[in-house]
Design a protein around this ligand. Structure first.
Ligand code: KG4
Ligand code: ZN
Length: 357
């Protein structure tokens, strides 16, 4: 029996240096042999956000070690790798370039195919690392840079149904955390603090909740948090504001998901009611619960990546690499990084003033 394909995935689009090795399996769910992630929180903490040049330098310093660790943990020899997949975009140019160039050089020296992967497609396929999930499905991608509903009809086949017209959801969490004086990266801390607060204490707005289809807007919400934060006097006030923010986000997601369900069924005329929710914010347990409830009510079956696969990782990049490998869908070595690579390249740009919904 021939050896099952082994894929090395590399991810350096932002502030995580990651490498993973996965192997195809007859079950349809690949085996994750290793999934190494090195976060740079300590590098960026004192700046309150990711500094691109520092991030790139940290990737350069670590990439070699992280790939070696992924190989050693998986007990794989480098020559047994069948293809090298790396994130080509979207993300920070200086960061993407580190992983992509490393992967190209490795693939050339091993004489094995190179696959440039869309980071967002990695998130979209992340539940497939532990669940044999058939296409098509509705996807809600909620990360630090993106918030989109997409209809996914196959590998590389995406139709955007909705997006944010200003901040991404993860960005809204991080900015709210910053306003509340929580250290970067604050998003996950909001979820923790909100458990101690009263979600009804502050009446926060839900921008474009009754218009704009399943598009989102979070900028007005963040401004309202900033306004209320000026009245904070006690720790309890802070917990209450965090809880009110978390609660408002849940209400927005529930409402927009219901709209997206309708649009998905209408535009694709399918009855395949599968729903994938992925990206860093999909780790938020309260959001997961709200989405489970609304999905059940609408007879959609919902799939989340495992908690550890919600944030940026290289296993999801290897997953896209594996699917592309099986289709002989390789990249040329002159592929350039694409910092604005969209999943639906035909979707209209919907950001900034003058947007008509
Ligand atoms: O997917 P990801 O790791 O990176 C991007 O591709 O952007 O997402 C990171 C985002 C950050 O904004 C982070 O604050 C947010 O996901 N995040 C959370 C939680 N865990 C991570 N937001 C809310 N609740 C969480 N538990
Ligand atoms: Zn991501």
């Amino acid at each position: 029996m021939s050896k099952k394909p082994l894929i090395l995935g590399i991810e350096t689009s932002c502030d995580e240096t990651a490498a993973a090795i996965i192997q195809d399996d007859i079950s349809g769910v690949p085996i994750t042999l290793s999934n190494i992630i090195s976060s740079q929180f300590d590098v960026h903490r004192k700046f309150g956000g990711v500094v691109p040049d520092l991030a790139a330098r940290a990737h350069v310093e670590k990439i070699d070690l992280i790939v070696k660790e992924a190989l050693s943990k998986s007990k794989t020899k480098i020559n047994d790798i069948d293809a090298v997949a790396a994130t080509a975009g979207p993300g920070l140019v200086v960061c993407l370039s580190v992983g992509l160039n490393f992967a190209k050089a490795l693939s050339l020296s091993l004489e094995k195919p190179f696959i440039g992967v869309n980071h967002l497609e990695g998130h979209a396929l992340s539940p497939r690392l532990h669940k044999n999930l058939e296409y098509p499905y509705l996807l809600l991608l909620i990360s630090g840079g993106h918030t989109q509903f997409l209809s996914v009809s196959g590998l590389g086949k995406y139709k955007r149904l909705g997006t944010t017209i200003d901040d991404a959801l993860g960005e809204a969490f991080d900015k709210t955390a910053k306003i509340l004086g929580i250290e970067f990266p604050g998003g996950p801390q909001i979820e923790i603090l909100s458990k101690k607060g009263d979600p009804r204490k502050f009446d926060l707005p839900m921008p474009i909740i009754n218009k704009g289809g399943c598009n989102f807007s979070f900028a007005g919400l963040k401004t309202a948090v900033l306004r209320f934060s000026k009245d904070i006097k006690t720790e309890q006030d802070k917990f209450d504001l965090a809880a009110s923010f978390q609660n408002t986000i849940e209400k927005i997601i529930i409402k927009k998901t219901e709209v997206a369900f309708k649009e998905y069924l209408l535009c694709d005329k399918k009855n395949n009611k599968n729903f994938v929710v992925a990206g860093g914010v999909a780790a938020n347990n309260r959001i997961r619960e709200s989405i489970k409830n609304i999905s059940q009510k609408n007879n959609f079956e919902v799939f989340f990546p495992k908690q550890e696969l919600c944030g940026d990782n290289a296993a999801m990049i290897a997953m896209v690499g594996l699917e592309r490998f099986k289709l002989n869908n390789f990249s040329k070595h002159d592929l350039k990084v694409n910092p604005r690579w969209q999943l639906d390249e035909n979707a209209k740009f919907l950001k900034g003033s003058g947007v008509v919904l």
